[in-house]
Write a protein that binds this ligand. Structure first.
Ligand code: PMT
Length: 401
């Protein structure tokens, strides 16, 4: 799908630079020509020889190289590619991009380009959450810079949180979607939540639910198929990230909310995740021991409601917010009440009683509840439900513009 496309990959200095080698391989397997800039700090993590061997081209490293300027020139490096991918994108490089520095080859090329730029940020989670980084990113995104990730998980520094570079497959998927992009939702941004959240009791035990992520992932794939730029925020599931989608992996409801907030603004948000309503108040830092006092008692506190948060009126609210209602009785009535309570525009009601097989299964039977009369859809596989929903979303966004 990337046949003949020219990608300029900028590898900045972070431990995730090793993943850039796999990224080069995958982009080339997809048919792309890959040219690489390796920053001085990037060289601390991967060698120019490895980058050159995998890209099949020389590696550009120096702004003031007479030979490079004679052969290519940094302005041509900036203008030739169909897309520039920065992976890993460090906090420092993002800060320099924001203020328009041109103090090395990577920054100069990013300042001189008029091509789409995709960042795959990677950094310690505190650096990622720092107001300076959030602010720099918001400015860059407002200028049209694209982003994939970062993911949540264990970090090289021994800490845990959001900041791991997106996997190479996810980066390739976003590049492919962007460069092949067309469709009814082209130019639109979508946010989809999917899967369960898990809420830790102690370091080894957690509360969870039976969501497989099949329905939410299918919605993300269907929106991307219509050309939307989709961010999928998913709890732990046993599914591959859908192609063409920027996936962010989280565990808990609080992490899911933070990732959703970071993905804004979007035109449409679809909340298909089965978010835990409660988390443990007295979560233990060490594994709880079986003692003589009998079983421990667990105190619960309410989790933030992501759907209600995204639905709140105000600047930056998505044009359309869609929830799912998982019900075991009085499907339409309960779903209506939920829609009113949470303030979303539509709610997709589905029966999740054990006999329905909806949780974890491949099929779903839903009723779409909006301001119009409820629309009952036949039982279909989850992909068909998602495709129909994506078409309805495209209708609504077209009508709204
Ligand atoms: O993942 P699968 O196995 O494919 O199953 C699909 C599904 C049954 C999980 C899916 O179709 C579905 O119904 N998702 C919503 C599940 C749910 O949590 O429903 P709810 O009725 O409890 O919540 C209503 C809405 O509020 C949902 O959009 C939910 O994402 C959202 N919510 C709930 C709680 C919370 N703290 N934050 C939320 O955003």
């Amino acid at each position: 799908m990337l046949d003949g496309k020219r990608i300029l990959l900028i590898i900045a200095g972070g431990i995730a630079a090793y993943k850039a080698l796999d990224l080069i391989r995958r982009l080339r397997e997809g048919g792309a020509e890959v040219r690489c800039i390796l920053t001085r700090s990037g060289e601390q993590f991967v060698t120019p020889l490895a980058v050159s061997a995998l890209s099949g081209d020389k590696v550009y490293r120096d702004l003031f190289s007479l030979t490079d300027e004679a052969e290519m020139g940094h302005i041509r490096l900036a203008r030739d590619p169909d897309m520039i991918v920065v992976a890993p994108a460090t906090a420092d490089l993002m800060a320099r991009m924001r203020v328009g520095r041109s103090d090395d080859l990577a920054a100069a090329v990013l300042l001189a380009t008029d091509k789409p730029v995709l960042l795959a940020p990677a950094m310690n989670h505190r650096m990622w959450l720092h107001p300076a980084t959030r602010n720099n990113l918001a400015v860059l995104e407002s200028r049209g810079v694209l982003r994939v990730g970062p993911d949540s998980g264990d970090m090289a520094c021994g800490e845990h949180g959001v900041g791991r570079m997106a996997e190479p497959a996810a980066i390739v998927a976003v590049v492919t979607a962007r460069l092949a992009g067309s469709g009814r939702l082209a130019g639109r941004r979508a946010l989809v939540t999917s899967g369960p959240t898990i809420e830790a009791i102690d370091p080894v035990r957690f509360i969870a639910n039976r969501s497989s992520g099949k329905q939410g992932h299918a919605v993300a794939a269907a929106l991307a198929h219509l050309g939307a730029r989709v961010t999928l925020v998913s709890g732990p599931v046993d599914l591959d990230d859908p192609p063409g989608v920027a996936a962010i992996h989280v565990d808990s409801a609080e992490q899911m909310l933070a990732a959703c907030r970071a993905a804004l603004p979007v035109d449409v948000a679809v909340c298909a995740a089965a978010v835990a309503d409660w988390r443990i108040a007295n979560r233990a830092d060490q594994k709880i021991k079986k003692g003589d006092d009998g079983p421990p008692s667990l105190d619960l506190v309410a989790n933030p409601d992501i759907l209600a948060t995204l639905s709140r009126p105000g600047p930056g609210r998505p044009i359309l917010v869609v929830g799912f209602a998982a019900e075991t009785s009085d499907l339409i009535e309960n779903a209506r009440v939920k829609r009113d309570r949470k303030g979303c525009d539509w709610i997709v009601a589905n029966d999740v009683s054990p006999a329905s097989g909806t949780f974890g299964g491949d099929h779903n039977k839903v009723v779409l509840i909006s301001n119009d009369a409820p629309s009952e859809w036949p039982r279909m596989d989850k992909r068909a439900v998602a495709e129909r929903l994506a078409e309805r979303i495209a209708d609504a966004l077209e009508a709204a513009s």
